[in-house]
Structures are given as C-alpha cells and as structure tokens.
Design a protein around this ligand. Structure first.
Ligand code: CUA
Length: 364
C-alpha cells in the first residue's frame, strides 16, 4: 500500500510531521548543492588560472576587502540560522507531546518484538492500528536492551530505553499500511524486529477495536495488582492499617520527601517508588516498603502507573518527553527512602476488574 511520494527515494508522507521533515531535508540538500558546485568549479578555475607559470614568483600583496568579508559572513549566517530555526521547529513539534492526545498506546520492546497495548485493553504484537487524523501518544519502555521505535512514513522515531519511559506522538494523515522498524541495533534479530502500522478511517478503527476483545484495560490490570495480587492496598489504603503515603490525587503534584527534597509525582517517580522505594520516602512515613524490583514485568509496571494516575483523576496522558528527562533528574537526586504514596482506594475509580479477563501476565 506504500505509494510514491514526491521524492521517490523517500517513504510515503503519512503524518503531520512528514512534509516538515522532508522540507528541511530538501533545504539541506539544496544548500549543500548550492555550495558544493561553486566550490568545486572555483577549485578547478583557480587551479588553472593561478597555476605556477614561473619558478619562485612573488605574488602581489593582498589587503582585506570589507565588502567581500561582509558578504561571506552574512550569507553563511543566514543559511545556518535558517537551518537551526527549521530544525528547532521540527524538533519541538515532534518532542512536545500534545496535552490531550486522542489516543494512548503503551509499548514494551523486547528482543525481538514489540508488545503494544491500547488504553482500552486491546493488545497487539508488532502491529499498531490507529485512526487517521487523531493524535496518538505512545508511552514506551523495554524489558531488556535499548531499542528504537521508528515509523519512517511518519518521519518520527524515539529510543526505547531500559528502566525509564520515553514518549512519542504523531497524527497520521493518510490511511494505509506503513512499515514499523526497530532503529537501534539490539542483537541478532534486530533487523526482524518490525511490523506494520495500520492507519484506518475512524469508523474502520472503531470496528477493529470492538472486534478485538479487550480483556482488562491497563487501569483495571493495575487496580487488580494493587488490590489483590501485590497487596499494595493493605498499606496504601486508608484506615488504621495505613502505613504508606496517600496516592490519591498526587499525580502531577509536588511531593515532599524525607530530607527536604521535593519531587513532582510523574510517571518516572511512581515507577521508581515501586522499584526502589528506599530512595524517595515521603515525609511523615517510615522506609518500610519492600522493593518490587524483579517481581513485575514492564507491562505490569505500566499498568500500576496507569492505575495510580487514575487515582488522581488523570485518565489522559499528561507528561511529555521533555518533562520526563527534567523530572527524572529530580527523582534521581533524592537519596532518601520512601514509601510509595497511599491511595484511598476505590474513590474516584468506577471501573471494576473483570474476573474473567486474562491476567496481566497472559501475554508474556
Ligand atoms: Cu530492537 Cu533493534
């Protein structure tokens, strides 16, 4: 289904970024040609014109030319600044995640496949179905090594890094089937770690979604883990048993830690609090929470993070790629112990767990 785009070597232009990236590339190519040709011509011309005609000739003395020097300063300045501004525009467009994307998908890379889950619960392997004309946010991590999620027709890609979340967004503009690649060498079958993105009309997408029995949504899986499988609720629920911090309403807010530091409770913070609870104990609590490192799959972690977000009434995604980096520094610098904040459970969340649904592990 890939059709030719205006540059036959390039893949289809199928996202809102595509023309911007291609225009920038076209500009770079034009600038390169516009400089290389005169330079090569000048090399030959001067080589001939000023070739050695007599031995030990003394050349005329040169004096500066203000006009010439001004011209060859200003032209490269304008050229390099337009490249910089064009590049910055394209970059910010891609890496500033929209505040309210229409759709969210969670992705876990592993050698050598992509495991994807929609926020409505549907799972896919090496395939991603999305509607045309809607903003889609991907939250990504990996179980093993570094991968890179790349969709050439959308002119976007992002590294998928062990131990943290990275984000990518796009808006597809044209229905079709487009290649999906891993763009970071990740071992023997790296070249086979790919698949297809299917961009569908909204109607077809809705049909596709309803035709794929969803099982639990990530929030429901997280709730199940929190309340039943892991027993987080025994400490983080209210009442006399409460030994962990309150989780409800914390997402996106500042948390005071023992020792005086403050962190923003973002996805990276929640993840770290589950895996390394001792590093960020919330003020007023004891560092008694056990670590869950090694006991949870990345998918289960994503589900827990989603559930804890939902306790703050955050159902849509909020953090951006830029935020993730900046805030991570804050949580990394906290060297205290922690209790993960606590939830008054079941308050704002009305979705129940489905006992017949496959367990969170079923896709492993
Ligand atoms: Cu995964 Cu290359």
């Amino acid at each position: 289904m890939q059709t030719n785009s205006w540059v036959p070597l390039f893949p289809d232009q199928a996202s809102t970024f595509a023309w911007q990236v291609d225009l920038l590339y076209a500009y770079l190519i034009i600038v390169s040609i516009a400089f290389s040709i005169p330079i090569v011509v000048a090399i030959f011309y001067f080589g001939l014109k000023y070739r050695e005609k007599e031995k030990y000739a003394t050349p005329d003395e040169m004096h500066g030319s203000i006009a010439l020097e001004t011209v060859w300063s200003i032209i490269p300045f304008v050229v390099s600044m337009t490249i910089f501004l064009g590049g910055a525009y394209v970059y910010y467009n891609q890496f500033r995640i929209p505040d309210a994307p229409a759709m969210e998908v969670f992705i876990v890379g592993k050698q050598w496949m992509w495991k994807l889950q929609h926020s409505t619960g549907q799972r896919e392997i090496n395939e991603l179905h999305v509607p045309v004309g809607r903003t889609v946010k991907l939250t990504m991590t990996t179980e093993d090594v570094l991968h890179d999620f790349s969709i050439p027709a959308f002119r976007t890609k992002t590294d998928v890094v062990p131990g943290r979340y990275t984000y990518l967004w796009f808006e597809a503009t044209k229905p079709g089937k487009y290649h999906l690649f891993c763009a970071e060498y990740c071992g023997l079958n790296h070249s086979g770690m790919g698949g297809f993105v299917y961009v569908m009309e909204q109607r077809d997408f809705d049909n596709w979604l309803s035709g794929n029995v969803s099982g639990q949504t990530p929030v429901e899986q997280g709730r199940d883990l929190f309340e039943n499988k892991l027993g987080c609720a025994s400490c983080h629920a209210g009442g006399p048993q409460q030994r962990g911090a309150k989780l409800e309403g914390i997402f996106g807010h500042e948390v005071n830690l023992v020792g005086g530091q403050k962190v923003i409770a973002d996805e990276a913070y929640i993840r770290k609090s589950i895996l390394e609870p001792g590093t960020q104990v919330v003020e007023g609590f004891q560092p008694i929470m056990p670590t869950f490192k090694g006991q949870l799959t990345e998918e289960q972690l994503l589900a827990l993070v989603r559930y804890i977000k939902s306790l703050s009434g955050v159902t849509g995604p909020t953090s951006s790629a830029g935020d993730a980096g900046a805030k991570q520094t804050a949580s990394n610098s906290a060297s205290n112990s922690t209790t993960v904040p606590r939830a008054d459970r079941g308050s704002s969340n009305t979705q129940g767990s489905n006992p017949n649904a496959p367990s969170a592990n079923s896709n492993r």
